[in-house]
Design a protein around this ligand. Structure first.
Ligand SMILES: *[C@@H]1O[C@H](CO)[C@@H](O)[C@H](O)[C@H]1NC(C)=O
Ligand SMILES: *[C@@H]1O[C@H](CO)[C@@H](O)[C@H](O)[C@H]1NC(C)=O
Ligand SMILES: *[C@@H]1O[C@H](CO)[C@@H](O)[C@H](O)[C@H]1NC(C)=O
Ligand SMILES: *[C@@H]1O[C@H](CO)[C@@H](O)[C@H](O)[C@H]1NC(C)=O
Ligand SMILES: *[C@@H]1O[C@H](CO)[C@@H](O)[C@H](O)[C@H]1NC(C)=O
Ligand SMILES: [Cu+2]
Length: 218
């Protein structure tokens, strides 16, 4: 009973107070985060909506793109795990991963699949305003020369996206399979175009895709 009350209170405060930025991952099957350079205030959320393929969103440092932040700092950072879109497409859903912004420190993010990061699949939240070198363009330039190291620890070889690393893949434990958490589901193919625009959407609004719409992204 008390538990129920707490959950309700939490949902209510989420819905009323906090904003959520939506980042489309692999829109149109591209190796992109869209938008890829956003400013989010402490307390706000950023929801990554995985639209195609099998990607991650993973935090790195600026100086070592394509490698988990924990390898180069004491920060834990975050890692969505691999999010294969096809796995939930038959249910008309897409995987999402949501983080909360705690401060305005820059968050340099990349996809840990294959050589996607080296090929430009990266983004920044709250890029520093006072350091002209720490731009997304420079991060991508560093990434282009990086050696991929998967969050599980194994380095990949030179071949692209299809490399399978046994045991290297993290489980998508932080994932909210859309629509299963009891939130109000809004059906919308219309979530697709708006997601790319960095629109603010209410947390708990789960993007639900008709199987037909999801198929467009495979
Ligand atoms: C996906 O395609 C739509 C329609 O052509 C376009 O407006 C959008 O910019 C594309 N998204 C990306 C990330 O390329
Ligand atoms: C992590 O913290 C320890 C102890 O404070 C420090 O000695 C070490 O240099 C830190 N490592 C990194 C990568 O910042
Ligand atoms: C914000 O803080 C929460 C609670 O400590 C943590 O779980 C989350 O990973 C943090 N967000 C980021 C972007 O580091
Ligand atoms: C920015 O990069 C240039 C060229 O690498 C370097 O000379 C300059 O010191 C850097 N500035 C900062 C603030 O790091
Ligand atoms: C997603 O990619 C990871 C890492 O390459 C791989 O281990 C996993 O099997 C892939 N999942 C699917 C469903 O293809
Ligand atoms: Cu990717």
């Amino acid at each position: 009973m008390q538990f129920k009350t707490l959950v309700l209170a939490a949902l209510t405060s989420l819905a009323s107070a906090q904003k959520t930025w939506v980042v489309a991952v692999a829109q149109n099957g591209s190796l992109t985060f869209s938008p890829n350079d956003i400013k989010a205030q402490p307390g706000e959320f950023v929801q990554f909506q995985f639209l195609a393929g099998n990607h991650t969103v993973t935090q790195s440092t600026f100086d070592k793109p394509c490698q988990p932040v924990g390898m180069h700092s004491n920060a834990t950072g975050f890692h969505s795990g691999f999010q294969p879109v096809a796995a939930s497409a038959s249910m008309g859903m897409i995987p999402t991963y949501t983080i909360q912004i705690n401060n305005t420190a820059p968050l340099w993010l990349y996809c840990a699949q294959g050589r996607h990061c080296e090929n430009g699949m990266s983004m920044v939240i709250n890029a520093p305003a006072n350091n002209p070198n720490r731009t997304l363009a420079n991060y991508k330039a560093l990434a282009a020369q990086a050696q991929t190291i998967l969050p599980g620890g194994g380095a990949t070889g030179g071949q692209g996206g299809s490399t399978n690393t046994d045991g290297g893949a993290a489980t998508p434990s932080g994932t909210t399979p859309s629509g299963t958490a009891g939130g109000d589901s809004t059906a919308s193919g219309s979530a697709v175009p708006t997601a790319g625009a960095g629109m603010l959407v209410a947390p708990g609004t789960f993007a639900l895709f008709a199987a037909g719409a999801a198929a467009l992204f495979l």
